[in-house]
Ligand binder design. Structure first.
Ligand SMILES: N[C@@H](CCC(=O)N[C@@H](CS)C(=O)NCC(=O)O)C(=O)O
Length: 255
């Protein structure tokens, strides 16, 4: 039974299959935070979520958490996985993951540089690499959608051009950059020897890259091993198990 206080509010996670929501479920398991899970399915034809979540948040995008503070009738609704990750980490008082502690303890230039690296990746995941991946998804859509026969060659030509001129070179830059970041991180994680919010945020785009065949083990060996290391964590597996128990499906990405 979940009780709600100001420090330990009740958390409800709205989770969409094969989506970014999985990173929040994984984080909740890592932090050992009590939560309630509500699962949703994608539309089989459009692969979208439709309006299922719009009564909770007007944009209807996943993940969303509802935060029930003691003494308040209405929950606070929080969207954006980066904001959710930062918030959950702060309320859990996890000493190795807390951003606040890290910032306060950063007195030397080296510590400040490490803190800023973590901040950077918390934003980079949604602000940079996911944008390129979204365009890659649109290209696949252009190539495979059932547009009128007459415009099909045009759609394919646009897709090819976008892929060659923008997506392929961009993804190659991002993957080389990330592989190098893993090599220089001074530990098994993206920002050192402990798991941080940066790893939670980055697992999803890396899983998409792997599923699409862009993350090739021969070309990016350290990045590949890093992702496998994340996927082998107990909390990561517990989160995956939770999904298969509750929905009978896997939590794999589809993008
Ligand atoms: N930047 C947002 C992106 C949210 C987002 O686009 N979520 C996708 C899931 S991966 C979604 O809800 N898609 C369903 C739809 O668009 O209908 C975040 O990080 O939370």
């Amino acid at each position: 039974m979940m009780t709600s206080t100001t420090e330990n509010p009740k958390i409800v996670l709205h989770w969409l299959e094969q989506s970014r929501s999985q990173r929040i479920l994984w984080l909740l398991e890592e932090l050992n935070v009590d939560y309630e899970l509500k699962t949703y399915k994608r539309n089989k034809l459009t692969n979208l979520a439709g309006s299922q979540l719009k009564s909770i948040h007007p944009l209807g995008k996943f993940p969303v958490i509802e935060i029930y503070f003691a003494g308040q009738d209405e929950p606070v609704v929080l969207a954006e996985s980066g904001a959710i990750v930062e918030y959950l980490i702060e309320i859990s008082n996890n000493p190795t993951m807390s951003l606040q502690d890290r910032e306060n303890q950063s007195t030397t230039g080296v510590q400040k540089a490490k803190f800023l690296r973590l901040k950077y990746f918390l934003h980079y995941a949604e602000g940079s690499i996911m944008n390129v991946l979204l365009i890659a998804v649109m290209i696949t859509f252009l190539r495979t959608s059932r547009v009128f026969l007459l415009v099909r060659p045009l759609a394919k030509a646009i897709a090819w051009q976008l892929d060659q001129q923008y997506v392929k070179p961009s993804l190659s830059d991002h993957l080389s950059f990330l592989n190098n970041q893993v090599v220089t991180s001074d530990g098994g994680f993206l920002c050192g020897e402990n798991l941080t919010g940066a790893d939670i945020m980055m697992a999803f785009p890396l899983e998409v890259l792997k599923a699409r065949g862009n993350l090739e083990p021969q070309t990016y060996p350290e990045l590949t091993t890093y992702l496998e290391r994340l996927q082998q964590r107990d909390a990561y597996r517990r989160a995956a198990q939770k999904i298969s128990d509750q929905t009978g499906k896997t939590s794999d990405v589809v993008l």
